[in-house]
Design a protein around this ligand. Structure first.
Ligand code: FUB
Length: 464
């Protein structure tokens, strides 16, 4: 851990300098209201869902503080809707650990959603739900991976269902294991490997070579595997040569290997965290690479944030070197319809805000103070709107929502007055007239008012 700390401190200082200039036009990191890490994107029904782990705001900067798993979704790759913490350590009644909600991955099978999660030091477990955003329940009442000989190393599950219906669950640090999941997705074939658990052969040809801290030859594979298939080639993406980690990959013609080392995807960089963890998807004809950095915390490696870059595979299926940027995904793949209710927690960029939620209202934007703002991109006004309305709640003096085009100082379309509604959960809809903005625009909602918290914000829409 001492080695970890010295590397980490050095990276933190450099990161502070790099991110001091984080622009309001940035799209990365994709979540600004919380620290998020270990992204696991899943495409389902025309929507990208990203399950993330969650570094607590209260993290003391010497180890991970992680209690729950969050979920965000997008139909356009630039606006992300916050679904809150969809599962937590408390979902497992048998679990006594109060910390350790590490890297998850979710997958759909036959209308059910399976979330595979490690609890650090407690192996890998599974939760199931009828919707991608939960509620998730524990179908087993115990760990899924119970027989590996080092549960401390049983982290970072990655799951994939092959074309023939066989599902594979890989995981592991610093070695890679897999099980063949049964169709129920909550048990596995015990007839192979060591009572079902197969240890992947870790050779330099398969995963690149490095000399370990103990001076012995090893492979570059460290942790955070991401397993998928594309054009009949199987890909294993992983964090390599930690720490600090970079992202590398290997490919194979079968899920069971043999694997061939293919090189780096994302290099170490001063402004990245000492860990990195990748997830890759194809969506609407584009390819996207998710990872995490330390942008939002200005260089604190235990307070990470999920970012995403668009990329193009080379003709032979190899993955190019991907550069982490603060612009991220600049082109949306769909427009947002402002004449239908939009959840306020659908955000391209925000400053100063948090989200919260309850079973009645769902997730809403909170901790709104004077000068905070949120930006929503690619809004198609068509022939224009006449009225803006929003559902808000305030136990204090309320405030104003300035509706501006493009950025916090952009052209003012209108101002919504928010009054005291009699409580932070007493939701009322307020309306205001707006200037007729036609066509496609990005919008900023800029919050104005007196001292302290102004109001909570649940949803908005425009009326023609
Ligand atoms: O988030 C906790 C751990 O850090 C993950 O399990 C690893 O992949 C690394 O990102």
């Amino acid at each position: 851990m001492n080695n970890i700390m010295s590397v980490f401190c050095k990276l933190s200082l450099i990161g502070i300098a790099f991110f001091a200039t984080l622009a309001i036009y940035a799209q990365n990191p994709i979540v600004q209201t919380y620290f998020t890490a270990d992204p696991a994107p899943m495409v389902y029904n025309g929507t990208v869902y990203v399950y993330t782990s969650h570094d607590e705001d209260s993290t003391v900067n010497n180890f991970f503080t992680m209690y729950d798993w969050r979920c965000y979704s997008s139909k356009d790759m630039v606006n992300w809707t916050d679904h809150g913490a969809v599962a937590s350590l408390k979902n497992f009644k048998w679990n006594e650990k109060t910390n350790g909600a590490w890297a998850p991955q979710g997958i759909e099978r036959d209308g059910k959603f399976y979330l595979y999660v490690p609890i650090h030091g407690e192996g890998v477990s599974v939760l199931v739900a009828d919707s991608p955003t939960g509620p998730f329940t524990d179908p087993l009442g115990r760990r899924l991976i119970v027989e590996s000989n080092n549960v401390w190393h049983d982290i970072d599950p990655t799951v994939f269902i092959d074309d023939d219906g066989q599902a594979y669950l890989f995981w592991g640090n610093p070695s890679l294991f897999y099980v063949k999941l049964n169709k129920d997705m909550i048990s596995y074939d015990r007839s192979i490997g060591n009572n079902g658990i197969v240890a992947v052969e870790m050779t330099p040809e398969a995963f690149g070579s490095k000399i370990g801290r103990d001076g012995k030859p090893g492979t570059t594979y460290t942790e955070g595997p991401w397993f998928y298939k594309r054009n009949n080639l199987y890909y294993m993406i992983y964090a390599a040569e930690g720490i600090p980690e970079y992202i590398a990959y290997s490919t194979a013609l079968s899920p069971e290997g043999p694997w061939t080392y293919r090189g780096h995807i994302m290099q170490r960089a001063d402004h990245l965290a000492f860990t990195n963890h990748a997830g890759i998807i194809d969506f609407m004809g584009n390819s996207y690479f998710f990872y995490h950095d330390q942008a939002l915390s200005k260089g604190q490696g235990f307070k990470r944030s999920v970012s995403v870059e668009q990329f193009t595979y080379n003709a032979d299926g190899s993955i190019p070197l991907i550069i982490p940027t603060k612009e991220g995904v600049t082109k949306s793949v769909a427009n947002l319809d402002p004449f239908k209710r939009v959840e306020a927690e659908t955000i391209a960029w925000s400053e100063g805000l948090k989200t919260s939620g309850d079973s009645q209202t769902g997730v809403y934007v909170t901790k709104i103070e004077n000068g905070d703002y949120l930006k929503v991109r690619s809004i198609d006004f068509g022939k224009g709107a006449k009225t803006f309305e929003a559902s808000v709640a305030s136990a204090t003096q309320g405030g104003k929502i300035e509706i501006r085009i493009g950025h916090p100082n952009g052209e003012l379309l209108g101002t919504l007055d928010v009054k005291n509604t009699g409580g932070w959960q007493n939701w009322k809809t307020f309306k205001c007239k707006v200037k007729k903005a036609k066509g496609l625009h990005d919008l900023c909602f800029v919050f104005k008012g007196g001292e302290g918290e102004l109001f909570n914000f649940d949803w908005w829409q425009f009326i023609r």
